[in-house]
Design a binder for this molecule. Structure first.
Ligand SMILES: Cc1cc2nc3c(=O)[nH]c(=O)nc-3n(C[C@H](O)[C@H](O)[C@H](O)COP(=O)(O)OP(=O)(O)OC[C@H]3O[C@@H](n4cnc5c(N)ncnc54)[C@H](O)[C@@H]3O)c2cc1C
Length: 570
């Protein structure tokens, strides 16, 4: 009978609690449940079931009421979300609307969020590169932030672990600063990308142009079949949710896997208010949850807690977890919780044309592009700014007029597009330096609809970011010019931090509790049964897209936690 009493403390007690069910939380859920831990996954948003809850996935362009655009009143009501390219008619239902979840901006910060089971893993662009020791050793070598407590060798096996399961396509390029992974067959470069690759390798031997490494199944392995996922059909409509489960998302992969173990209890509409700290036991014992719909508060208990609410929300949960022992937020003995937030500098874009290869065109759609790994300041400091930038590179040939017109003229344009020059475009992805002055904190007065203080964000660019951007423009202008590209145009979007959607830090890892919040296993130094393995844990940002790191570091930390639990027979 006890099991039927859903209000009993026993029924609300688990081996593990995972806060957030997105990219990183999904991995925590998968690993913990697979190893037999009864795991409660708390997700503030609604449930989104693979296949069933992808309403636009098979819609044809003409079936959208506004041809893909969102009506002006929706755009005007959502100035922040509207700045993100993903906020369109086919995927807007997966993006947080500005009014629904306000936050305070001491300085402009575009916080793009997805509050639902799967989080932003439904929406991401799926680019996945490994870090190398040139990244892990960056802070120590260049004298910023603190030294990472781990190195590439610590994370390499976990990269392999998540890559095999998620399915990452790519080419083994043998580049020291961008280690190869467990790749499925790569996508192909277009002929102008290949031409540029060839040019760069001849003229700039230390620079590389490679095909993007991305979380798409290009060749199904048994582990993917077991997940019910198939081969990429190059629809490039991933942000709608893929009916074939091709691109990696928590919804198509880790969450259903965790569910199948029978060890997961998923509770959507569960806003975690704070973590409960037991002063006598000297550890966390559970979490306070506000039901998003009824606004009732309930406590849930567990032996270990994984905080995977998405970098800034993880900061919020910890800052709001106050107790006699931790008056300024859980684990915050150093006073650094919420500080050293960083991001990626995505302001720079450059485009050009190529008057050649007219006998070729692009056909079909490729859900990927090419990539230039960081080449600045790798082996030694060589510029007047720290660190560097990676860049996307995509060359294509089709007409802007392709989708113009209505009825027969639209058909005509689609069937016989007037082909112009090849065009090439690149976006810089710069590392930013974490600084104490870039921080988040709880607003002293304002609360959200659930009675939780609003997050206040104070994050901005600095002189290093400006110099880095200038160098990106100069170097790519030179590389494009020497490659014979014409009509080269640079543009600085001047976008606010946040729109890169790679916010990181605030709960950084480090060796010393005086200067960091987490140890080398992602445990809070001061409360060892709380683990933080999303972007909040990042000590520095490097230039790589971050999600592969969050997945790998989550899998590594869960393995450690499971072994610790067994060791102490808890
Ligand atoms: C358009 C777009 C393109 C992107 N492209 C790339 C890319 O190419 N490569 C890459 O590496 N990354 C990319 N990203 C970023 C990537 O999506 C994130 O890095 C990743 O999803 C972060 O994982 P996470 O688990 O930290 O957060 P999320 O995936 O956002 O999951 C966090 C979850 O926690 C829940 N939550 C928050 N607060 C609470 C609370 N208090 N209680 C309970 N639940 C809570 C949220 O609702 C959410 O479901 C992109 C993102 C977007 C939107």
């Amino acid at each position: 009978m006890a099991n039927l009493n859903i209000d009993s403390k026993e029924a609300r007690s688990f081996d593990a609690i995972v806060i957030g069910s997105g990219m990183s939380g999904g991995w925590a859920a998968k690993e913990l449940t697979e190893h037999g831990l009864k795991t409660l996954v708390l997700e503030r948003g609604r449930d989104v079931r693979h296949l069933k809850d992808y309403p636009t996935t098979n819609m044809m362009p003409w079936e959208f009421e506004h041809r893909g655009q969102l009506p002006l009143d929706v755009q005007k009501a959502n100035p922040i979300a509207s700045r993100c390219y993903i906020f369109r008619e086919d995927a807007a239902h997966f993006v947080v609307k500005d009014q629904e979840h306000p936050y305070e901006q001491e300085k402009p910060f575009d916080w793009i969020r997805g509050y639902q089971v799967g989080g932003k893993s439904l929406l991401w662009a799926r680019q996945t590169q490994r870090w190398s020791d040139f990244d892990f050793e960056g802070p120590a070598r260049d004298g910023f932030a603190v030294d990472w407590p781990i190195r590439y060798r610590d994370i390499a096996p976990w990269y392999s672990h998540v890559e095999k399961f998620a399915g990452i396509s790519g080419n083994k390029d043998g580049i020291a600063e961008l280690p190869d992974g467990e790749f499925l067959p790569p996508h192909q470069m277009t002929c102008v990308e290949s031409y540029f690759k060839e040019h760069v390798s001849q003229r700039y031997p230390k620079r590389h142009v490679i095909i993007g490494r991305c979380a798409h199944i290009t060749e199904v392995q048994p582990i993917h079949t077991e997940q019910g996922r198939g081969k990429c059909l190059n629809r490039n409509l991933c942000q709608r949710g893929c009916p074939f489960g091709v691109y990696f998302s928590a919804n198509s992969s880790t969450m259903p896997w965790a569910e199948r173990t029978g060890n997961m209890t998923l509770r959507p509409h569960s806003v975690v208010h704070s973590i409960i700290y037991d002063e006598q036991k000297g550890k966390a014992t559970g979490v306070r949850v506000i039901d998003a719909l009824s606004k009732q508060m309930t406590e849930y208990y567990s032996k270990i807690i994984f905080v995977n609410a998405g970098a800034l929300n993880t900061n919020l949960v910890l800052l709001n977890s106050t107790s006699h022992r931790f008056p300024n937020g859980m684990g915050n003995d150093s006073g650094l919780l919420g500080k050293y937030v960083a991001f990626h500098n995505y302001r720079g874009r450059i485009t050009a044309e190529y008057d050649g290869y007219k006998e070729f065109t692009t056909d079909g759609i490729r859900p990927n592009g090419s990539y230039v790994p960081r080449f600045r300041n790798i082996y030694k400091q060589e510029t007047d700014f720290l660190r560097g930038y990676a860049a996307t590179v995509t060359a294509f040939r089709h007409s802007d007029q392709k989708r113009e017109g209505v009825g027969s003229s639209l058909k005509e344009n689609l069937l016989h597009p007037g082909l112009g020059h090849w065009r090439i475009g690149s976006q810089g992805m710069g590392e930013t330096i974490p600084k104490e002055t870039n921080y988040v904190k709880l607003d002293a007065d304002k609360k959200d609809d659930w009675g939780i203080p609003l997050l206040s964000v104070s994050v901005s660019y600095d002189d290093n970011d400006e110099k880095l951007l200038k160098d990106f423009f100069e170097q790519f202008t030179e590389m494009f010019t020497t490659a014979g590209f014409t009509n080269i145009q640079t543009s600085d979007s001047k976008q606010a931090p946040g729109l890169d959607i790679h916010e990181m830090g605030g709960v950084r890892m480090g060796k010393d509790p005086k200067t960091s919040l987490l140890n080398g296993w992602n445990q809070l130094h001061a409360c060892k049964n709380v683990f933080v393995t999303d972007g909040a844990c990042m000590t520095s940002t490097s230039t790589q897209n971050p999600s592969l790191m969050y997945m790998a570091i989550t899998a590594r930390a869960t393995d450690f936690a499971i072994k610790e639990l067994k060791k102490f027979n808890i």
